[in-house]
Design a protein around this ligand. Structure first.
Ligand SMILES: C[S@@+](CC[C@H](N)C(=O)[O-])C[C@H]1O[C@@H](n2cnc3c(N)ncnc32)[C@H](O)[C@@H]1O
Length: 388
């Protein structure tokens, strides 16, 4: 742990950021050279203390802003506060939840997720890694039942393996998470993704109530957790489409784990756009199509980016909907606010001269708090629409 607390004089640009409540600054926001990665310092202007920060370079920023000096005590307090917050919002505590949602829980630079008896700490800069032992100690105090802890490295220049066990024992290869009557296989020992996106928990619950008797196409389906929710809710059939055979094998295991019939729950390894063309050719239609693409992806031909190609995705899915069909549009593209996403939909439907009604509009579940004034913390947009 680095203990030396120096000061750094901030420029007006940085003060503007701080006044807006944005907890990230760049080196250009300071008049002085920043302390070494991981060092915590006082942010000052004309001798007056404005906040604290630590040097933590990510893709866009160099400093994470915090309200007190970064130390073991600080982390212990933030963990306790985050845990208390979640105890209040969940009448029944989920088996898997996000405990620290970065800046929205006062610790910019990390996410911490709990999966039963295991914690997964995702680092977004190397600075916060200097406090790993403090974090382990704080987690052991807040959650004494933990058997193991992982660090996952999402830093701009990875120095370590993607996944490292930093405390206790590794989790079983297949860790089972129970959620709202469904069972999901989570794998913590490799890769940055665990198999279950916790931010979609409430949206899975909503889908479960919406699907009775319906045919569903879940595109970019990953381990098919959204399809499982639909199937558990009584969908007549589901089709999960993902380009990755590895994730589709995992999805199949999830269906089997939930005793769901694979004859009614199809898993297709294909590019979503190619699947849509196949459906056009074969006259296949669905009552609901779920679109939840990654921000950037490879297609069989070229690349896909949410920013450039989401409209195209919607346009290609509309003809595949049965009358009164529902289109579920979801994205975690952080550069779009909820309003930007709606504006994109409005503009697109206007140009198509079509009208739609919003059936459901949601964001991430409650354990993903939102920092007002920092739209990036409201990463997930989930809108279900019916085209008239
Ligand atoms: C962010 S995950 C989707 C999460 C999923 N909706 C869920 O809630 O669990 C993105 C998935 O898209 C898949 N993918 C990427 N490009 C694709 C493409 N062109 N067609 C189909 N799937 C694709 C990836 O393999 C990955 O499983």
């Amino acid at each position: 742990m680095l203990t030396f607390l120096s000061t750094c004089e901030i420029r007006k640009t940085g003060i503007l950021q701080l006044n807006k409540g944005i907890p990230y600054l760049t080196k250009q926001d300071f008049l002085e050279v920043l302390p070494e990665e991981g060092a915590c310092f006082e942010i000052i202007h004309n001798g007056k203390s404005l906040a604290f920060g630590y040097s933590g370079r990510s893709q866009k920023n160099d400093v994470c802003v915090i309200d007190k000096p970064l130390s073991g005590e600080f982390l212990k307090k933030k963990l306790q506060q985050a845990l208390e917050k979640r105890k209040k919002i969940f009448p029944k505590f989920p088996e898997a939840y996000r405990l620290i949602h970065s800046e929205a829980d006062g610790v910019p630079g990390i996410h911490i997720e709990i999966f039963n008896d295991y914690a997964v700490i995702t680092n977004f800069n190397h600075g916060i890694e200097h406090y790993q032992n403090d974090l382990i100690a704080a987690l052991r105090i807040s959650l004494p039942h933990l058997n193991g802890m992982y660090a996952k490295d999402r830093t701009p220049t990875p120095k370590k393996p993607e996944t490292t066990v930093i405390y206790g024992e590794p989790a079983p290869e297949n860790l089972i998470i129970n959620e709202n009557g469904g069972r999901f296989i989570v794998r913590l020992n490799s890769g940055l993704m665990t198999g279950l996106f916790l931010d979609q928990r409430a949206n899975r619950a909503w889908l479960k109530t919406m699907c009775k008797g319906k045919s569903i196409c879940n595109t970019f389906s990953y381990t098919a957790s959204l399809s499982i929710a639909c199937a558990m809710g009584g969908a007549r059939e589901t089709t999960s489409v993902d380009i990755s055979k590895t994730y589709n094998d995992w999805a199949k295991e999830n269906f089997v784990l939930n005793s769901l019939d694979l004859k009614k729950n199809h898993i297709i390894t294909n590019d979503t756009f190619d699947h849509f063309q196949f459906c056009q050719r074969k006259n296949i239609r669905y009552d609901m199509i779920i679109l939840d693409p990654p921000t950037f992806a490879k297609k069989k031909t070229g690349t896909f980016s949410v920013n450039k190609n989401y409209e195209e995705l919607i346009k290609e899915s509309i003809p595949l909907l049965n009358p009164h069909g529902v289109l579920v549009c979801s994205t975690n593209y952080t550069q779009w606010s909820g309003q930007d996403f709606l504006s994109m939909l409005n503009g697109m439907f206007k140009s198509l001269r079509k009208h739609y009604t919003i059936v459901h509009k949601a964001h991430a579940d409650k354990d993903f708090p939102i920092l007002v004034n920092y739209p990036e913390s409201n990463h997930l947009k989930f809108i279900a629409i019916q085209i008239r």
